[in-house]
Design a protein around this ligand. Structure first.
Ligand SMILES: [Zn+2]
Length: 201
């Protein structure tokens, strides 16, 4: 609600005081601000048919809000409503920009703390295209993206540098998508996975 400019002043002061000492909430707020700014450029007439948010989104948001902090109930509910609305707005905007919301494609969805990663995979003659969306990662940090094969090997899918806002990018990996079982991020080649999320089909 704050990112959309709808939070009352007293709540705003409390929110900013909290965000001041909480990197997770600060990163989330940065991401939501970027989306709120971009929404002004979206043309609802071009979003056809209206995309539906993925089924995991509502539970993911409410779980994160319910377990991360012990806020007073009233405020938690107000934040939850704002987060759900903003998350739905993100999905609507991204779906509208990509033109088609094809639920038949293999997907990846990951959320933990303030970190959100989602991807859609698409088969191409040369391998697999990865439409990747990330937010809440460490600003300025370089991340290596890979698809994990059935045999556990990692096939590189490119790299990116995280920013305070949410990022969307198209990457590619030389692997047939039905051979890949997971998508992962690491900060050094062959290093430990910052995250590893299974691919859903
Ligand atoms: Zn917090």
């Amino acid at each position: 609600m704050h990112a959309l400019g709808r939070l009352p002043e007293t709540e705003t002061i409390a929110l900013l005081a909290h965000a001041d000492g909480c990197p997770g909430c600060r990163a989330e707020l940065d991401g939501l601000r970027a989306v709120a700014g971009a929404l002004g450029h979206a043309d609802p007439a071009r979003v056809s048919p209206p995309p539906a948010p993925p089924p995991w989104l509502r539970e993911s948001v409410l779980t994160a809000v319910g377990t991360r902090h012990v806020h007073r109930r009233r405020r938690r509910l107000a934040w939850a409503g704002g987060l759900v609305a903003a998350a739905v707005a993100v999905v609507t905007l991204l779906s509208g920009l990509s033109g088609v919301f094809n639920t038949d494609r293999p997907t990846v969805a990951y959320g933990s703390g303030g970190m959100r990663v989602s991807a859609e995979l698409d088969v191409r003659p040369w391998g697999t295209a990865v439409d990747l969306s990330v937010s809440g990662l460490t600003t300025g940090q370089r991340y290596l993206v890979w698809l994990e094969n059935r045999d556990g090997s990692r096939i590189p899918a490119g790299s990116f540098t995280a920013r305070g806002m949410g990022l969307t990018m198209e990457l590619s990996a030389a692997v047939q998508d039905d051979e890949a079982v997971a998508l992962g991020l690491s900060t050094v080649p062959g290093g430990p996975a910052v995250l590893r999320a299974p691919i859903s089909r």
